[in-house]
Design a protein around this ligand. Structure first.
Ligand SMILES: *Cc1c(COP(=O)(O)O)cnc(C)c1O
Length: 429
């Protein structure tokens, strides 16, 4: 139990004691701004930039020869970065590959593991899921010739914020063929108990996969130990590897014999890929789920980013992340912001073991308060209808910034600053 202090000096003390404070200098911070949106788009690090520029130089000087002669070679760069990312998710090196986009990886993995048979035809997901995942699941069900209305089951939430693991387990009946859940809910930031859910699914003979877009790079994972069947995630949020950067996927090695639903030549055995045979021979590991040529320039930043994670250690990242979010919650409560006249409500789990990397703050005037924050050079994000998400990121945010954000929230309400704004939303919030 950490005892925080409700004063500015206390914030500076926390920063002085922070073992990860040295990493902030490796990132391009936005001049004059407090960035609290690393859960949507992580900031650029010098390390990531360096690798991106290196890959452009390689292209310049090597041309086509870069596939084999670049260092590391482009040809199996996706597998190489998968090997380097594997420790972040508790996987064997060959179980992870960096490829495609999040939603495409969802398609190929769900397509691979969803085999409706007899009365086992349903996919179990949840009503708080990221929309893209739901659209993709519906289309996967249609591709199997079935009706999504009957075969996509969405576990109900409690108060639109949280999912209870018990509710999910209760829905794991003998009609469910596959379960796909987020690790961390994108609005409330709730971290699901993946170990428990995986065990319960396994006991019922149901395959289970997780969309870890909101957890990789923020919390440790132990996929192998938990026995997760498959997973995928994006690398542009907490992994800081650039807008639309290449995503990753994980396949448990017990499934290496499965055939990918969306096969392509980049998933071919690497040693024979250029034999150009018309008969598909899948690569042994997770690399077999690649589809087309590696998006080299969108992948390169991940190498630099992984270097930072390797030095910082995901356990220390998680420890600081919890301390930052706990401090944020502490200040909101301690300064009276969760009571009238402020009336903010903490829409994230208070128990640390259920918390991901961000805190959702609810307010009936959230849209306009969010705009007022932006005009005060603070970058949060807004989720309709009433959520301001704040992600103090362990690698580049400070406790003092958290202090400043809470102070800003208080001043905005004190001065009625939100009254100046209209209710119209921007296209990207
Ligand atoms: C960010 C995010 C995505 C994004 O999908 P893309 O294919 O990268 O656009 C998907 N699912 C979840 C849960 C996310 O948080």
């Amino acid at each position: 139990m950490i005892l925080f202090k409700n004063n500015e000096e206390g914030a500076h003390v926390l920063d002085k004691e922070d073992p990860l404070s040295c990493f902030r200098r490796r990132f391009y911070l936005l001049a004059g701004k407090i960035y609290m949106d690393g859960n949507s788009l992580g900031l650029l690090s010098r390390d990531a930039e360096e690798v991106l520029l290196r890959s452009i130089d390689q292209w310049k000087s090597l041309g086509i020869n870069g596939w084999l002669d670049a260092e590391p070679p482009w040809f199996d760069y996706a597998e190489e970065l998968g090997r380097r990312q594997a420790p972040l998710v508790g996987a064997m090196p060959e179980e992870v590959v960096a490829t495609s986009s999040t939603t495409v990886n969802l398609h190929t993995l769900v397509g691979t593991f969803y085999h409706p048979r007899g009365k086992k035809t349903k996919i179990l997901a949840d009503e708080l899921n990221f929309p893209s995942d739901i659209y993709a699941l519906e289309s996967q069900i249609k591709l199997k010739g079935l009706n999504p209305r009957e075969n996509l089951v969405l576990v109900k939430s409690r108060e639109n914020r949280f999912l209870e693991e018990e509710d999910i387990v209760e829905a794991m009946n003998d009609e469910v063929a596959l379960i796909l859940l987020p690790s961390v809910l994108y609005r409330s930031g709730q971290l699901l108990d993946m170990e428990y859910l995986t065990r319960k699914a396994g006991e019922r003979g149901i395959l289970i996969g997780f969309d870890c877009s909101h957890s990789v790079g923020a919390v440790p994972h132990y996929f192998d130990r938990w026995g997760v069947d498959f997973s995928f995630w994006c690398n542009y949020k907490y992994m800081n590897s650039g807008p639309g950067g290449v995503a990753s996927l994980y396949v448990n090695k017990r499934h290496f014999t499965e055939s990918p639903s969306l096969a392509g030549w980049w998933g071919y055995r690497k040693d024979k890929q250029f034999d150009m045979s018309l008969e598909f021979e899948k690569a042994e590991g997770a690399g077999g789920w690649q589809i087309g040529t590696t998006h080299l320039l969108s992948l390169a930043p991940l190498e630099g980013s992984l270097k930072i994670f390797q030095e910082a250690g995901i356990d220390r990242v998680k420890e600081k992340s919890l301390k930052l979010t706990s401090y944020l919650v502490f200040l909101l409560n301690e300064r009276g912001l969760t009571a009238p006249p402020y009336n903010f409500r903490i829409g994230s789990p208070l128990e640390e073991k259920r918390r991901g990397g961000h805190v959702a703050i609810e307010h009936e005037d959230a849209a306009r308060i969010n705009k007022a924050l932006k005009d005060r050079n603070i970058i949060p994000d807004f989720r309709y209808p009433n959520i301001i998400r704040l992600a103090p990121v362990a690698l580049y945010n400070t406790f003092y910034e958290v202090w400043k954000v809470v102070e800003a929230l208080q001043e905005i309400i004190d001065r009625g600053e939100q009254e100046r704004y209209g209710q119209v939303r921007d296209a990207v919030t």
